[in-house]
Write a protein that binds this ligand. Structure first.
Ligand SMILES: C[S@@+](CC[C@H](N)C(=O)[O-])C[C@H]1O[C@@H](n2cnc3c(N)ncnc32)[C@H](O)[C@@H]1O
Length: 339
């Protein structure tokens, strides 16, 4: 049970209702054409297509683990989600069914019968997602805003700040959050998260997590992530920064964790990098000679000022995650730390 004021079944109906608030794919395409003022290349990225994929499994497992540690200290905690998305997703909805990405991620994990019990970080992730669903059902998938809301303490909910720039996702996120008891306390900012965060740093609480999860659909997102973290470290060097990035054959993607590592080392701060690869990135051909794109093969999280418990937790979780999500012999993981 994750929300105290709702019973298990009504809680399930509650989250289904919220998640159903996502517009059908056709409506999104219409909205895209109508709103000419918005940055055009960004329009095609909708996280609803990707919800629950292997990248979400990695990033949300790490997000939960980082937050669990941070809420143990008595001091107030501020959380920034610079790229929040819509907040809740239906895995049986139009978007998710079109891409079927959750089948390679969360749904595969939840259906797995591991030889050993799930590692604690994975069990915690699975339990948290299960709390949004009726027992045995896996229709609702929480995005980072709802995951964060779930883990932080009630008294810190007025210090949760969600940035989302896409008009449709902002609307859906606002509607979803509004129905939470703490809805009015949570700040939803329809603005550029890279820029918008500056005015909040350092936060009065002096303890904060900055979770940065861009879509990287624009090549400039890689550089903007580095600039944002560099600027944020100057304003607030003791903050914890958690950045997700895709591992794809593109120089900017390979450079991003290296640049973040350099920033952490220069600031004299500890860091942790974790990657998950589930398959080869090579293009394949089907029997008719058509090229099959493999989809996203791998992704990583880079954390500056990570909790000291994170490395050990990930060293237990990652071999199991690879074993359960692997699609070919290229599946692997790395966990590195320094500083
Ligand atoms: C990968 S999704 C976020 C998923 C979410 N963090 C989660 O884990 O559930 C990236 C989101 O960032 C939004 N976005 C893109 N550029 C942005 C920007 N500059 N500032 C804020 N949001 C942005 C996109 O509309 C999209 O919803």
């Amino acid at each position: 049970m994750i929300i105290g004021y709702l019973g298990k079944n009504s809680q399930f109906r509650f989250f289904c209702r919220l998640a159903r608030g996502l517009p059908p794919a056709g409506a999104v395409r219409k909205a895209t054409r109508r709103q000419g003022g918005y940055h055009p290349p960004m329009f095609s990225y909708r996280h609803a297509f990707h919800a629950g994929n292997h990248a979400d499994v990695l990033k949300h497992t790490v997000l939960i683990a980082v937050l669990r540690h941070m809420v143990q200290k008595d001091a107030a905690l501020t959380v920034f989600d610079t790229h929040a998305g819509a907040g809740l997703y239906r895995l049986d909805g139009d978007y998710a069914q079109t891409s079927a990405e959750a089948a390679e991620g969360f749904l595969k994990l939840v259906a797995a019968k591991p030889a050993e019990p799930f590692a604690p970080l994975l069990q915690d992730y699975l339990d948290l997602v299960a709390g949004f669903n009726k027992q045995g059902s896996h229709k609702v998938y929480p995005g980072s805003p709802f995951i964060i809301h779930q883990v932080i303490r009630e008294r810190d909910r007025d210090k949760l700040k969600l940035f989302e720039i896409h008009p449709t996702d902002t609307k859906t996120l606002t509607a979803n959050i509004a129905q939470l008891e703490a809805g009015r306390q949570i700040a939803i900012l329809r603005e550029d998260g890279f820029e918008g965060i500056k005015k909040f740093l350092p936060p009065p609480s002096r303890r904060a997590l900055v979770f940065c999860d861009p879509s990287y659909e624009l090549k400039t997102d890689y550089g903007r992530t580095v600039v944002m973290v560099a600027d944020a470290l100057q304003r607030f060097v003791t903050g914890t920064y958690a950045v997700w990035y895709p591992i794809i054959p593109r120089p900017e993607a390979h450079d991003l964790p290296k640049k973040l590592k350099t920033l952490a080392n220069r600031a004299g701060k500890s860091w942790l990098g974790v990657t998950l690869t589930i398959k080869s990135s090579k293009l394949l051909q089907d029997d008719a000679g058509e090229v099959i794109r493999p989809g996203l093969p791998a992704s990583g999280m880079f954390i500056i000022n990570p909790p000291h418990t994170l490395k050990v937790g990930l060293q237990k979780a990652m071999p199991q995650l690879v074993e359960l999500l692997k699609q070919d012999a290229n599946a692997t993981f790395t966990v590195e730390s320094g500083g």
